[in-house]
Design a protein around this ligand. Structure first.
Ligand code: DAT
Ligand code: MG
Length: 131
């Protein structure tokens, strides 16, 4: 999911290019703006963390671009491509190093397990046909 800061800055195309050049196939993609309530549901696992309110406000502050991506070893390889949560710690050449502004406004989300990738894909694309 490309986050509001990156979409607002006009970095959607550059980030999609990096994703495709890294060997991911885009299975599903759209551009939407979440309500704070829907953003809160997406990040429910973080509900007890001190930054949850800030996270929900930020994730509903502008348009996002969620995608379902396909690749061998996709979760691990995508986490490598996006880099560390805090861009100050992200490796050179990663999406967050290039485009993230801060630990909160960090340009992109990646699922942390195959199970969560399935849950998060359904969150945005339930009822649609994948091709
Ligand atoms: P990641 O997005 O790398 O999987 P995470 O799952 O730990 O990181 O946290 C989810 C998002 O919450 C993260 O992308 C940005 C925000 N976040 C995490 N830690 C934060 C912090 N200390 N302060 C503000 N926002 C934070
Ligand atoms: Mg996470």
């Amino acid at each position: 999911m490309i986050k509001p800061d990156a979409v607002a800055d006009g970095n959607t195309g550059a980030i999609i290019k990096m994703i495709e050049e890294a060997g991911f196939r885009i299975v599903a993609m759209k551009k939407v703006k979440l309500s704070a309530e829907t953003a809160g549901k997406f990040y429910e696992v973080h509900a007890e963390r001190p930054f949850y309110g800030e996270l929900c406000a930020y994730m509903s502050s502008g348009a996002i671009v969620p995608m379902i991506l396909e690749k061998d070893n996709a979760v691990e390889d995508f986490r490598k491509l996006i880099g560390a949560t805090n861009p100050a710690n992200a490796e050179e050449g990663t999406i967050r190093k290039l485009y993230a502004k801060s630990i909160g406004a960090n340009a992109i989300h990646g699922s942390d397990s195959d199970e969560n990738a399935g849950i998060e894909g359904s969150f945005f694309f339930a009822g649609t046909e994948q091709f």
